[in-house]
Design a protein around this ligand. Sequence first.
Ligand code: GLU
Length: 372
Amino acid sequence: MTRAKILANSKLIVVKIGSRVITSSKNELDSSAIETLVKDIEELYRKKYQIVVVTSGAIVAGLADLKLGSRPTDLPLKQAASAVGQVKLMHSYATAFKKYNIPVAQILLTREDLQNRHRYLNARNTLLRLLEKGVVPIINENDTVAVEEIKFGDNDTLSALVALMMDADMLIILTDICGLYTDLPCDNKEAKLISHVDKVTPAIEKMAKCKGEGAGGMETKIHAAKMLTESGIPVIIADGREKQILNKLISCEEIGTFFAPAEQKKKSKKTWLAFSLKSKGQIVVDKGAKEALLKGGKSLLPSGILSVKGEFEAGDSVSITDENGKEFAKGLSNYSSEEIQKIKGLKSSEINKALGYKDYDEVIHRDNLVVL
Ligand code: GLU
């Protein structure tokens, strides 16, 4: 599908704004850059687009008050800087939007919020209601509480998961580089900007070695693009410092890199399963079960299970791998790892005898399973 056709049908757009787009080289928040971007967003808002902003910049914005010269590496210090900076960041956005009488909302998320189905649905409903009410939601990671296990780690991933959660029509990632290049533009003068990517192949992933701004650089952006395009959502990576960038993109100017969506869109619950959840363990299955899951659209029964790795509870997300350890599906397990140890290889009719009870015939029901 062409860029023009997709853009013509886009309404709900997630815009990710990277730290370098809105901070100066002196590591300070650049409120005039924020004002310029907000003006750009305001024009889209008037044209009836629904915009969700995911912004970085809290850590950098907090450096001066903590008398820090550069981004700290120490986690609590980073969290402290972010807590101080988030206030400034939001203040800048709120002031800029106020000029146009557009209300804003602050939403701070951790990965845990999207892993828990109830919290995920709550966040989604709140965001939908805010959009309905004409509010521009401004999202960042909740850095204060986000320790390793529950953090996204970078706002590229966060923005992709938000776009999935919202079933957005598009994600625009604004950064300090014009898009994806064939090679590092700083090292290789021959490096060319790629304007259209049909599919994120390993060759494309290889080109993403360019270490750009923020926590993730180009690699996390390409990963985000892969995750979204496979779910049917297009992505554009473009230079956020270019004037009127959003309006130029929406009017189909061939700038930045456009990642085309796959034709077949995954259902929202399946994308949540595939991308929002971290696996707590692994279930290794035999060839027959793999075939049944991949081609037959079947549920996972205990009879096809060879072994189980890790410790998890019923309801947890697990990866399903083949005998060679290759992960090919993910799902929510009806049984704990301990229970699966006891029922692996058995027929469903034998579960009762092995456990003394039987809650389900399937270890993972088809509705809670996604093929990757
Ligand atoms: N949440 C971090 C901040 O606001 C940014 C993470 C990133 O750069 O991707 O500074």
